[in-house]
Design a protein around this ligand. Sequence first.
Ligand SMILES: Cc1cc2nc3c(=O)[nH]c(=O)nc-3n(C[C@H](O)[C@H](O)[C@H](O)COP(=O)(O)OP(=O)(O)OC[C@H]3O[C@@H](n4cnc5c(N)ncnc54)[C@H](O)[C@@H]3O)c2cc1C
Length: 475
Amino acid sequence: MSRNQQLESVTIVGAGISGLAAAWKVRQLLPAAKITILESSGKVGGVLQTERIKDYLVETAADMFTSQPSTALDLCREIGIDDQLLTTAEPKHKAYVGLKDQVVPVPQGFSLMVPSQEESIRQWPLLSESGKQRLLDEVNVAQRDYEGEGNDEDFASFAIRRFGQEAFDVLIQPLVSGIYSADPKKLSMNATMQRFVDMEKEHGSLIKAVGNKSASSDSKASGARYNLFRTPREGFGSFVSALVDQLVDVEIRAETIVREVSKNESEKFSIRLDGSSIESDALIIAAPAQAAASLLPSFGALQKELAGIESTSCAIVAMGIDRSELPKDFKDFKGFGVIYPHIDGGSTIAISFASNKFAERAPAGKLLLRFFIGGAMQESHVDLPDGKLIELALNQFEASFGCRPQPEFEKVYRWKKTMPQYHVGHLERVDRIESLTAQISGLELAGKSYRGVGIPACILSGFEAAARLIDLPRS
Ligand SMILES: Cc1cc2nc3c(=O)[nH]c(=O)nc-3n(C[C@H](O)[C@H](O)[C@H](O)COP(=O)(O)OP(=O)(O)OC[C@H]3O[C@@H](n4cnc5c(N)ncnc54)[C@H](O)[C@@H]3O)c2cc1C
């Protein structure tokens, strides 16, 4: 029996999906342990929340997970809800780019930053002839000297170097911002798009690499691979509830803010709450890095590294409209969404046509729209009053679609400082964090701040934290 299989009590900070996944795994590995989850808000699930408004099903943050890696899908199978997962519809064009008053499908075969079909680039109306040529000339761009210039690189520098400024501005930046909401000049390639770095290292060119079958079938692909998208029929709220219902003998204490954590003389964790404290043999902090940092003043070096992981905010404006309000040209619009280049100067990162993407999100003949506003480039927008954010959303819609709908409902969700930013050097920082954490027996970290923000990565982080606690090899 390994050392930690005798742990009697495990406390988890944060009831987001990372903390819940950690609890799920700890229960499997330590059937007799007392498990407690401490959650500062009144709700479980963290950013995963679903609301029913009229007959619309509104996801307030995440609206899908990818089935590769299969961690989230596997968890759904384990808790018996895999038969309730929806896949995406199959329209001809899925993602669109909005520029000025134009709304144009992303070129066929374009995966986040790499074209696989020259003809679709040649015909694409939003790039000039010289911009198209520069993009396609990527095959001739010299490989970066990774040893001499440093191993990590920011996304803007990488993409402009390989594909030119215009393709970056009009196509690549909005595609990537639709996922990471980050400052392109700070976003780490190694932490977010390692696959493309590997392509350059191995093939000298990304275009050459995608022409190579084995590279294009890489399971770490970062592009929007819509056929892998899954969502719970009744929304992520139902996923969280199903998981919580099956957590055997796990106490979840909501509205319980953890203020500080230290180790006492008997080598147990002393967890200070408002007006009381509790003891625990082991502790998994599944709160975001900045929150984790504030809990650990007695572990100075670790606290400093955690505090260095920044996060940004975004707002989602959800609204339901009648399809009949769309002008003639867009009556049968089936696209999943429109992304907006930062150079367009608008206020919106993207509009998701949520009810085009997945069935059962809106009543027949209606559309559920979700506007993403803010992110690292326009974070202050998130603090605008609701009315102003709704106006910005409608302005953007009108600019693109030529009509100003009368929504059946509109609602604003703000996610303040909830999106971790993986800046250049992030992976090295996480390595340091992990080695400092390993020096504190019984402490583990999990969550979106470290090795992936997507739901599968968060679940995996919770599983791995639990496995490390009892010295099991990582999966
Ligand atoms: C707008 C938005 C859209 C997204 N869309 C997608 C998507 O479509 N697909 C996808 O895969 N991912 C998406 N993501 C990312 C993904 O949803 C998140 O990264 C993931 O759900 C985070 O889970 P978590 O448990 O690590 O963190 P969180 O959900 O943030 O949970 C952390 C919990 O810790 C609690 N906490 C913090 N401090 C304390 C404290 N001191 N004491 C006690 N509790 C504390 C918080 O209240 C919170 O409940 C999206 C994220 C956002 C914000």
